[in-house]
Design a protein around this ligand. Structure first.
Ligand code: TRP
Length: 331
């Protein structure tokens, strides 16, 4: 069975874009693949979160993953920092990672521009840590978005380099993974771009948003002054609202508003009201589950411990073999 792996940095709440773009597929993949899903809290240190935030952020993502349907019995769901083996493999990979190639990575250049006061070595070696995450479990497939393609390419480089250096076909070369249908791109509410892309909180709808917050955000979404002639092409902000409608509403509802748009009788207020209510219907059970999990210390720690144990097993085996290959021998 193929091994699939994905990590998420615990830097914010999950929004509809995370759900429809990734998590929904993870829930399906856990039925058919050997899955590792983890919370990349080592990686989050590259932006220096406060110690008092770190644990809570990790806990929140864990609760959200569980609430969205990831099953710790089926998938291996764990916290990166529970596996010191990852840090060890990261150290080994760094010995064969070169400054020039690391400096050329776009996400590094972007981060360096965004936080010029904190261009730390962790930021530079972010791709080696990501490679360690992936190859420690000998993952075959990594579901990644466009923004992570170059990091994944670096993982392939490091895996190949290790195999070549030690003349052993040890690590599989991880490939990008598109599960089933093409990934659905969920737009934000500010008229352009992906949900969660811009910093403003009102651009994204979080799985944990209360109904009144959802209504407020949707009612404030950007629109235009309306179609002036039949079958007019929709401007991006309107297209975006329809994209959202398509993922949460019934097909006849979408058809109704499409028809209204094409005949110039649409009232955006009606569309938004409908959209908000359908988002609420969709997110409500997940939100309730998140809240109940956040209040249930035992359930969360049980899931985390179980994940750590399963993940440890495969990480420990890899590290034992890697040490052997590199030439470390116990006395
Ligand atoms: N870099 C990824 C992101 O920001 C998170 C991540 C860390 C990851 N390690 C990974 C993703 C390993 C896939 C595989 O989205």
């Amino acid at each position: 069975m193929e091994t699939v792996l994905s990590g998420i940095r615990p830097t914010g709440k999950l929004h509809l874009g995370n759900y429809f773009g990734a998590v929904k597929n993870f829930v399906k993949m856990q039925e058919t693949h050997n899955c590792f899903f983890f919370i990349a809290d080592y990686h989050s240190l590259t932006t220096h979160p406060k110690p008092e935030d770190l644990h809570g952020n990790v806990k929140h993502v864990l609760a959200e993953y569980l609430a969205a349907g990831l099953d710790p019995e089926k998938a291996t769901l764990y916290v990166q920092s529970d596996l010191p083996e990852i840090a060890e493999l990261y150290l080994f990979l760094n010995m064969n990672a070169y400054l020039g190639e690391l400096e050329r990575v776009t996400t590094f250049k972007e981060k360096a521009r965004k936080q010029p006061e904190n261009v730390n070595a962790g930021l530079l070696t972010y791709p080696t840590l990501m490679a360690a995450d992936i190859i420690i479990h000998k993952a075959d497939k990594v579901p990644v978005g466009k923004d992570q393609e170059q990091n994944l390419e670096m993982s392939r480089t490091f895996a190949r380099r290790f195999n070549r250096m030690y003349k052993e076909d040890y690590f599989p070369i991880p490939q990008a993974f598109n599960f089933g249908e093409q990934l659905v791109k969920i737009p934000g509410l500010d008229g352009s771009g992906k949900m969660g892309k811009s910093e403003g909180e009102s651009n994204a709808i979080f799985l944990s948003d209360e109904p009144k917050v959802i209504r407020k955000k949707v009612m404030r979404a950007v629109t235009d002054s309306g179609p002036t002639e039949p079958n007019q092409q929709k401007a991006e902000p309107i297209e975006n609202l329809f994209s959202l409608l398509k993922v949460v509403s019934k097909p006849d509802v979408v058809a109704h508003f499409d028809e209204a748009y094409n005949s110039c009788s649409i009232r955006y207020g009606d569309l938004k009201k409908q959209l908000a209510e359908d988002i609420i219907i969709f997110t409500e059970p997940i939100r309730e589950k998140i809240n109940s999990l956040l209040g249930d210390e035992t359930a969360i720690s049980k899931a985390a411990r179980m994940g750590a144990e399963k993940a440890h097993e495969s990480a420990r085996k890899t590290i034992r073999e890697v040490r052997e290959i590199i030439g470390f021998r116990p006395f």
